[in-house]
Design a protein around this ligand. Structure first.
Ligand code: ATP
Ligand code: AMO
Length: 434
């Protein structure tokens, strides 16, 4: 069915059929141009009014912007045309006429606010710079998958409808499951851990997580894409190494394969893949450095979670991706293992971009008795988690892993001001459709 030639592939001397959207019509009197756009670019279609069939001219120049048309004609070199070639049409079919009242202007000449753009995502994604974000997002996921494969990890998919939550700090979305209480999964945490005790040993998953976040911020979504990793026989330092490898691979993939997209976003000169090892600061060093910046009204003390302004102050101070390690056990979840020589200190870590947290991870508690005690300490009923804990009785190796927010990775990589820019159809407190 698709026997058209992409606009970017139309070579002088050929007769082609190009098909796509009417980007613009410029009528200069004796001569007029229709700029036709497809996924590969744009091409000029020339109408010399006196020399062409009147019906063809009338149809071609009467069609509304953003209609879909198919044009057959000869391609010729034309230095004055935007791409150096133009098509002189023999025929033009209006494949799908567009309403003249467009809810937003895909040529980008008229700005639209984010909400209007998200309501009309299809039209919004006709813009080069918006398409570029999603082409880059796809490249990030491709590169990340390749990096995981190089680490000998197996891709898995785990259930998104579950019986229990795991991430204490955020609320669950309840659903009804054949009359039983159930929830949308907040994290593949417990399932990926169960797989390190299986024959797979090292796994990754790229999938949705659901969080009933209270706050409406530019960096939280209610449905996000989590890039999760878990490996048997890894400790937290090895998990951090893998995290660094995967994040760098994402940047390198984009630098290598997305030059046109970076240009569409105006980032071709400033985009840089991070080099060198990400600094590793302990939590204690982190709070000392934040306090030393004097940016916070109140000094942080041991046991405090890092407030957003604190993260910003530290990010500015460090100026590159970095890890925060050795968090207080009391503010990390039950599945994170404490250091053997100090049970107040956990093996949990976060990986930060200068502007926000990208990753949480750690070594996991793999000893059955300690795990069950941990549930009780956090006020959770271990019996509810029996499906998980019981597997720790049958040979669960030491293991470690992490979760990386996919949208936050793309957002920080491209300097997007709002995480919603990195999702086709974001879910937030106000937005359930499209
Ligand atoms: P032609 O160069 O085809 O003889 P014309 O003499 O009919 O064009 P106009 O109709 O006045 O000229 O053209 C209007 C403008 O369009 C001029 O500035 C001309 O340079 C420009 N123009 C003409 N043909 C092309 C083309 N194929 N691509 C881009 N611009 C063009
Ligand atoms: P955590 O809850 O820190 O850890 O989530 C990991 C990473 O996922 C991203 N993220 C979000 N992105 C957008 N909107 C949200 N509402 C949102 N919530 C989380 C962030 C965050 O750093 N089970 C652990 C991971 C592990 O230990 O393996 C977990 O889910 O980038």
């Amino acid at each position: 069915m698709d026997d058209r030639t992409y606009t970017a592939a139309a070579e002088p001397g050929e007769t082609v059929t190009v098909a796509g959207w009417v980007h613009e019509i410029r009528d200069l009197g004796g001569i007029a141009f229709l700029i036709l756009r497809d996924t590969t670019g744009k091409i000029q279609v020339k109408f010399e009014k006196d020399e062409m069939d009147d019906d063809l001219v009338e149809t071609g120049l009467g069609v509304h912007r953003e209609s879909v048309v198919a044009v057959t004609g000869d391609v010729e070199e034309e230095p004055r045309a935007p791409t150096g070639v133009e098509v002189t049409p023999d025929s033009l079919d209006v494949v799908a006429e567009a309403d003249p009242e467009l809810p937003l202007d895909p040529s980008g000449k008229v700005d639209a606010d984010l909400s209007t753009r998200l309501d009309n995502r299809t039209l919004d994604l006709r813009k080069d710079e918006v398409q570029a974000i999603f082409a880059i997002r796809a490249e990030v996921l491709r590169s990340v998958r390749e990096a995981f494969r190089n680490l000998d990890a197996t891709e898995i998919n785990t259930p998104k409808i579950v019986a229990t939550g795991t991430e204490g700090g955020t609320e669950l979305f309840p659903i009804t499951y054949f009359g039983q209480e159930a929830f949308m999964n907040q994290s593949p945490q417990l399932f990926k851990q169960l797989m390190v005790g299986s024959g797979l040993e090292r796994v990754f998953e790229i999938g949705p997580i659901f969080r009933a976040e209270e706050h409406n911020t530019p960096r939280h979504l209610n449905e996000a894409t989590s890039i999760d990793f878990e490996s048997a026989f890894y400790d937290h330092t090895e998990a951090m190494d893998a995290c660094e490898t995967v994040v760098k691979a994402a940047y390198e993939g984009v630098a290598e394969n997305c030059q046109d997209e970076l240009e569409a976003l105006g980032l071709q000169d400033e985009f840089e893949a991070p080099e060198g090892e990400f600094p590793r600061l302990t939590y204690e060093e982190a709070i000392e450095r934040i306090n030393a910046t004097g940016e916070l009204d109140e000094q942080l003390v041991w046991g405090d979670d890092l407030p957003t302004e604190g993260e910003h102050a530290l990010g500015q101070d460090v100026g590159e991706h970095y890890f925060i390690t050795d968090w207080p056990s009391e503010i990390k979840p039950f599945y994170i293992k404490d250091h053997d020589d100090d049970e107040q200190l956990s093996t949990g870590f976060d990986m930060m971009h200068p502007t926000m947290e990208l990753v949480s991870g750690g070594q996991r508690e793999h000893r059955y008795d300690h795990l069950v005690d941990g549930f009780e300490q956090q006020g959770l009923d271990p019996e509810q988690f029996d499906y998980y804990t019981k597997m720790f009785k049958y040979g669960m190796p030491p293991h470690a892993g992490w979760g990386l927010g996919g949208e936050r990775l793309v957002m920080t990589m491209l300097g997007l001001g709002n995480i919603r820019e990195a999702v086709l159809f974001p879910r937030d407190r106000q937005r359930l459709s499209p």
